[in-house]
Design a protein. Sequence first.
Length: 203
Amino acid sequence: MSKPNMLIDLKRCVGCMSCIVACKMEHSVPPGIAWNKVETAGPVGTFPDDLSLYFLPHGCMHCERALCVEACPTGASYVSEDGLVLIDPDACLGCDYCVTACPYSARSIDQATNLAVKCNMCVELLQEGERPSCVKHCMAYARIFGDMDEPGNPIEQYLSEGDNASRIVPLLQDKGTGPKVIYLAPKCGMLAQEVPMELTKGL
């Protein structure tokens, strides 16, 4: 994979948490830590005709300008040749700087190892030509994975269907991070400025 990207269609996400379970099983993520999170946005509005709710799954955005990498004092957090943001456990001090720097609340410190942990886009599976576990096990097919350097990749194909391309919603665009995870707005009409509150709410 030369430019791995993920698309999440919030109109399809049903909040089943299968992405969380798949991630935990794939990476043996311990209790109390989630590399994938699913937030509930809403309900908002008035019952019965103007009530809306959607689910917002999120994890590491594998940013082109990764603030966590900039904040890491040892180089433990780095960007791979494929553009993935990864962590070298041998260089990690557990200092928490990267956790604080990430605007997407995607990182945490594993108390058992005192190391920073997060989604690695299932890099081991990618190296074997497979898709990330959360994508493979999404029951609603809300997640699509593709190499954006390949013409006609699955994400490009999906965006060419119907009004999908017009539903792209950037998360925390003001941070200038260039996330590689693309979101499509849900049916209830998510506004881009609403997302930062939902990302940080209760985290």
